[in-house]
Write a protein that binds this ligand. Structure first.
Ligand code: RP5
Length: 159
């Protein structure tokens, strides 16, 4: 079964990144969680990125704030799809620094960037990537979409 790695630059990113972990667990997808700092543990970043695809991981979700180099550097080293989560951290000016650091990648090295603090969508996107070649996960996503629709229909009934 495919696994998703959820990594973040600091433990302080965990309250935001927990949304990705929670939705992946709700979808019954295996998750590996770790702290990998581009600036404080560059050797760990290198080792993680070079070996992730050899350990059954299919998608990497990487969250960081401020001068958020983690997702881009992981994408530069790993053959796996990388989803970047810009985090509005304590050292972020207003969140735009995190967004642009992750979003504005050079040609050839994509990072699929979600909204500021958008870890839940990162988890859903990772599941959709796995679901494109896994019938069971695809069914889970279809059911999730149905549940979103049912919630809206239910709330409009109760107005
Ligand atoms: C970034 O700096 C981390 O991803 C985090 O968002 C931010 C602040 O880190 P701490 O100082 O809280 O460890 O590299």
């Amino acid at each position: 079964m495919s696994k998703v790695a959820v990594i973040m630059g600091s433990k302080s990113d965990l309250p935001v990144m927990q949304d990705a972990i929670d939705i992946l667990k709700e979808f019954h997808i295996d998750v590996e969680v770790d702290i990998v700092s581009a600036h404080r543990t560059p050797e760990k970043l290198f080792d993680f990125s070079k070996t992730a695809h050899t350990r059954g991981i299919s998608v990497i979700i990487a969250g960081a704030g401020g001068a958020a180099h983690l997702p881009g550097m992981v994408a530069s080293l790993s053959p796996l799809p990388v989803i970047g989560v810009p985090v509005k951290s304590s050292n972020s000016i207003d969140g735009w620094d995190s967004v642009l650091s992750i979003l504005q990648m050079p040609g050839g090295v994509p990072v699929a960037t979600v909204a500021l603090n958008g870890a839940k969508n990162a988890g859903i996107l990772a599941a959709q990537i796995i679901g494109s070649s896994n019938e069971k996960v695809l069914t889970t996503i279809l059911n999730y979409k149905e549940s979103l629709k049912a919630k809206v229909i239910e709330s409009s009934k109760n107005l």
